[in-house]
Design a protein. Structure first.
Length: 44
């Protein structure tokens, strides 16, 4: 993705790997109509 999302943009389909090895697909795995996603870098 090369541009930032702005108000009214649709969230792109992405797959994220969890720390426990699980995967979540956004936004298709979300059940709530409004969601806040926080990305935490952690450590190197």
């Amino acid at each position: 993705m090369t541009t930032m999302l702005t108000s009214g943009d649709q969230f792109p389909d992405i797959t994220l790997n969890g720390a426990n090895g699980s995967q979540i697909q956004l936004p298709s795995d979300l059940t709530a109509p409004y969601t806040i996603v926080l990305f935490y870098r952690g450590h190197w």
